[in-house]
Design a protein around this ligand. Sequence first.
Ligand code: HEM
Length: 267
Amino acid sequence: MPNDQRSAAVTYASYLKVDELLALQQPRSKGPEHDEMLFIVIHQVYELWFKELLHELDRVRRLLEEDESHRAQHTLKRILTILKVMVAQLDILETMTPLEFFSFRERLEAASGFQSDQFRQIEFLLGMKSERAIQRFVAGSRAHAALERRYREPTLWDGFLHYLAREGYDVPNGLLERDVIAAIEPSADVQKILVELYRRDTKNAELCERLVDLDEGIQEWRYRHVKMVERTIGSRPGTGGSSGAAYLRESVGHPAFPDLWAIRAQL
Ligand code: HEM
């Protein structure tokens, strides 16, 4: 084999880029303050889970496009397992007391989870899109480009409605051709379809239940995050410039797929 084609044997460290990964945790506090390491590690872990969630959510949408509902459900199950881990991980950060957090908080300056583009990408995929959220990122950056792309893409709900239409359900054309940038509004027509589906179509009722799990999982994360925020910074404003817990409470309890929740009273 010519020299230039011979590469070193793959190792655990070379495959996973362990040296690079371990060089990425850089506390800003003097000392540094003990808890800043946990704060950095946990946020980095979340960003990796967000990346994996996006990878899997894209797959669910694609599988629905290909009418592979069984495999879509399988992937949704994986997503839900990840979400459970993500919610549970907040327990670790809750071992950090307010005083431990305040020992380095000012070093965060205006940095905040508010600026997580991957979290916004997940919201966009679930139909919660906002032009303003894109404009917070520098034009030409990776984050800006990713959000621009997802802003124009159909949401997971759009993929699901198209799938239902191909399964023979009478989804109104207005919904199949809706503007994918617009918020997902409750629809009496879709609710009628879903009630019928739950009564007669076990396969697709299962799929709907997995979508409810996903919706509930995201809401669970929001709820646990705001509780953690309340116990750590109380009613103080956020580093990202919002009112803090009061701002976060506004999005708790808002479903991504309102029709799937509305039908519960009719089943
Ligand atoms: C002590 C721990 C934490 C505190 C005190 C905290 C505080 C806050 C506050 C106050 C906000 C509102 C925006 C602002 O003005 O800054 C926020 C938003 C956010 N945080 Fe945290 N956070 C913490 C941990 C985390 C962790 C571990 C994650 C995981 C990635 C995270 C992700 C987010 C996200 C995605 C938002 C935007 C939510 C939205 O706009 O609905 N936060 N956080």
